[in-house]
Design a protein around this ligand. Sequence first.
Ligand SMILES: Cc1cc2nc3c(=O)[nH]c(=O)nc-3n(C[C@H](O)[C@H](O)[C@H](O)COP(=O)(O)O)c2cc1C
Length: 117
Amino acid sequence: MGFNKAWADTASVLIASVAKLSIDETRENPWARYDLGQAVAHLSIQAQHDGLHTHQMGGFDGAAIAAAFNLTEDQTVVTVTALGVLGNADDLTAELREREVAPRSCKPLTELLLVND
Ligand SMILES: Cc1cc2nc3c(=O)[nH]c(=O)nc-3n(C[C@H](O)[C@H](O)[C@H](O)COP(=O)(O)O)c2cc1C
């Protein structure tokens, strides 16, 4: 979807990660998205270990994926992950190349932790 189409189409595989939001007909599963995130995180680590690359995306057409895979009401697409061999940044558009080669930075822990002492 959107700018993701410009690069994600060349990935070997696009994995739609689907959370099942209920345990059964009477109980919701409040941890469904958490569990799914952990599964995708471990997939990413395993892929890296095996010499592959992953790129997770929040920009996708969830309704189109749901229709294509006949998802039920309580199944929701949370992310799509491109999996494959890392491509060449020179093959990207100028805008995407700039983002791809930009230095990475992480927020300091003080911005991420809520401390109540
Ligand atoms: C929830 C989530 C949604 C994201 N959505 C997109 C997206 O739609 N398109 C995209 O190119 N990157 C998206 N990203 C960013 C990439 O997955 C990745 O974190 C970023 O490109 C930096 O990764 P790298 O340092 O391994 O290259 C998203 C990241 C997260 C955590």
